[in-house]
Design a binder for this molecule. Structure first.
Ligand code: UGA
Length: 436
């Protein structure tokens, strides 16, 4: 595909997960893209056509749009090529819970105050950041354009967004128009607003989704007490259009690089302005407790965990990614080891990353190998291939066929008829119940 007529060249600063997806997708839309990163090895690898992250559809997109994409370590090259500069650098939480903006600050300094250029902020930043940068940056226009990509479906989310948010002050109207025009080929609604509101839309959206998850997790916990099935409850609730079916899947807590960080950042932001965000504090606390509840389920089945072998199926914070950040598996493995259990694990993708984070866990080459000789298993990540496991063989290889399905992903009947005791989250027949 050739460059789209009248398309705007795009600069991308930071070729991490968001930056790389953004660069590839803008190229797919017909824009010429110059992406810059300080990591020379990464830039060289990308130049050779290597893809440093696991993201479905991304390698194909990068390959297809090679002609329109270039990677560099040289900020000058980017500034020469583009007036719209999308900043996609990390903003990790500090120990205080505030966002660490040092990478953003470096990027802003490097871009300078170029008249006629616009800094388009993709990174998630505290509300008020844009206003501060705009004040300092002289002639540089500022646009807040938060990303709503999910790991594992980021390419789809970029190309099929529910909305694109573009926040700018009236003086930077031209830049907001240019950003909206860059997204025009998508034919999706563009929410034009001010910078602070755009920044808040991002944080509030993630906080609301996290709230939905903690809410359904608590409903699941109550279901266990009163004998209801949360899968049925979720289905019945989700059909109400005011509620919607998405993000009502209970489990062993949300993880990843976004919900834990952004809920904390919004709580902190509110706190710094003198407002105690009570609901969000509970959402965070419920999530921490939810990760630990698995231990109770295992203890009900196994008694003492000391000397027992527990197999973890899946380690990444969700399927289709190798990302281990804030993954529930980290908490679980640490607690199991703390109780004296031996932990084996299998994850189809995140083995290498996980190995460094979980030095005492014994990694297996397949799910069945991880289950071999185990006294219980916990399904941590709902990788589709786990639905295909031969449960009769698995039961034969385990020391005791016990499964805690942390994502309500497996078919309880199939497992039970293979000889397993099955415990899900908020489903009938949980540990301790007669139906187990
Ligand atoms: C999330 C948001 O969904 C994106 O819109 C946003 O752009 C992104 O954060 C970000 O701020 O960058 P992501 O963290 O990639 O995306 O993953 P999600 O698919 O949202 O899942 C987050 C966690 O919630 C996972 O651990 C998942 O297992 C859990 N989850 C999700 C549930 O426990 N239940 C659900 O119903 C949905």
């Amino acid at each position: 595909m050739s460059e789209r007529k009248g398309s705007e060249p795009i600069g991308v600063v930071g070729v991490g997960w968001v930056g790389l997806v953004t660069a590839a997708c803008f190229a797919e839309l017909g824009h010429r893209v110059v992406a810059r990163d300080i990591d020379a090895a990464k830039v060289e690898a990308l130049g050779r056509g290597e893809v440093p992250i696991h993201e479905p559809g991304l390698p194909e997109l990068l390959e297809r749009n090679r002609e329109r994409l270039s990677f560099t370590t040289d900020m000058g090259e980017l500034l020469d090529a583009a007036r719209l500069i999308f900043v996609c650098v990390q903003t990790p939480p500090t120990y205080s819970g505030d966002a660490d903006l040092s990478a953003v600050e470096t990027a802003v300094e490097e871009i300078g105050d170029g008249e006629g250029r616009a800094l388009v902020m993709k990174s998630t930043v505290p509300v008020g950041t844009g206003r501060k940068i705009r004040k300092k940056a002289g002639g540089l226009a500022y646009v807040s354009c938060p990303e709503f990509l999910r790991e594992g479906s980021a390419v789809h989310d970029f190309l099929e967004p529910d909305r694109v948010v573009v926040g700018a002050e009236p003086a930077d109207e031209w830049a907001a128009d240019a950003v909206a025009a860059a997204y025009e080929p998508l034919c999706k609604p563009v929410v034009r607003t001010d910078v602070a509101s755009a920044e808040m839309i991002k944080l509030a959206s993630n906080a609301f989704l996290a709230t939905k998850i903690s809410f359904i997790n608590e409903i699941a916990n109550v279901c266990e007490e009163v004998g209801a099935d949360v899968a049925e409850v979720s289905r019945g609730m989700g059909l109400d259009q005011r509620i919607g079916p998405k993000f009502l899947q209970p489990g062993i807590g949300f993880g990843g690089s976004c919900f834990p960080k952004d809920t904390q950042a919004l709580k902190q932001l509110a706190g710094n302005s003198g407002y105690h965000f009570q609901l969000l504090s509970s959402v965070i606390e419920v999530n921490e407790l939810q990760k630990r509840r698995v231990m109770g389920k295992l203890a009900k089945r196994l008694g003492s965990l000391s000397g027992k072998r527990v197999a973890l199926l899946g380690l990444a914070f969700k399927p289709d990614t190798d990302d281990m950040r804030e993954a529930s598996s980290l908490v679980l493995a640490a607690r199991l080891e703390g109780e004296g259990a031996e932990v084996t694990a299998f994850d189809p993708v995140s083995g290498a990353q996980a190995g460094e984070l979980l030095p005492n866990v014994k990694f297996s080459e397949s799910a069945l190998d991880a289950l071999d000789g185990a006294d219980a298993a916990v399904l941590v990540t709902e990788w589709p291939e786990f639905a295909e496991i031969d449960w009769v063989e698995a039961a034969g290889r385990m020391n005791a066929a016990q499964m805690v399905d942390g994502r309500n992903f497996l078919d309880p009947d199939a497992l039970r008829s293979a000889g397993f005791t099955y415990d899900g989250i908020g489903r009938p027949g949980v540990a301790g119940d007669a139906g187990g």
